[in-house]
Design a protein around this ligand. Sequence first.
Ligand code: ADA
Ligand code: CA
Ligand code: CA
Ligand code: CA
Length: 203
Amino acid sequence: PTADAIAATDVTAAANVPITATIIVKAGQTYDGKGNTIIAQGLGDGSQSEGQKPIFRLENGATLKNVKIGAPGCDGVHVYGNATLDNVEWLDVGEDAMTLKSKGTVTLNNCIAQKAADKVLQINADGTININNFRVTTFGKVLRTNGSGQYNVTVTINGGTFNGGTNIVRTESKNLRVRYRNMSTSNVSKLWEVPSSSQVSTY
Ligand code: ADA
Ligand code: CA
Ligand code: CA
Ligand code: CA
């Protein structure tokens, strides 16, 4: 279904909304989940298996807001280009929570991610990733670039709490920079798994 078809459904606040296909948010459009919880059927089991389908596909300039993604988290949210995610909550991250699939700027505001077996934000393209007041509990890596790819990435973390995981950022890219401030961490083994500590700074 298109985002319009889903969003037009006037469901009661805090309802579960079952879906059987990826919700596509077209370029420049906004999907407002109004606090409801999306429950996927047939898109994947939320395990670490690759090849699951995303719950949402955000095209260039899309906004996703006020939505909870229930289990199974499948392959989360795929972003093609620029996107804004406001008040998105992953109740049980699946294979990963959000993937940048093509070059763009992604801003996450006031999002929550829970129960990630491994990665939360998977970066498979050049990008600018702005992470404002993200709250993550139980994870492997909050942000991971794909394999050995030398992606040009600027990560800015402003606020947020990160509890129980291995790394905030893990990358093999020498072309990634991370800047952070007002960030709170607990039980995180090694904050920055990056080629050089010079890639990380406060601001
Ligand atoms: C793994 C896998 C990649 C890609 C990535 C992802 O890193 O090796 O090919 O699928 O996950 O986007 O989830
Ligand atoms: Ca993966
Ligand atoms: Ca999980
Ligand atoms: Ca994935």
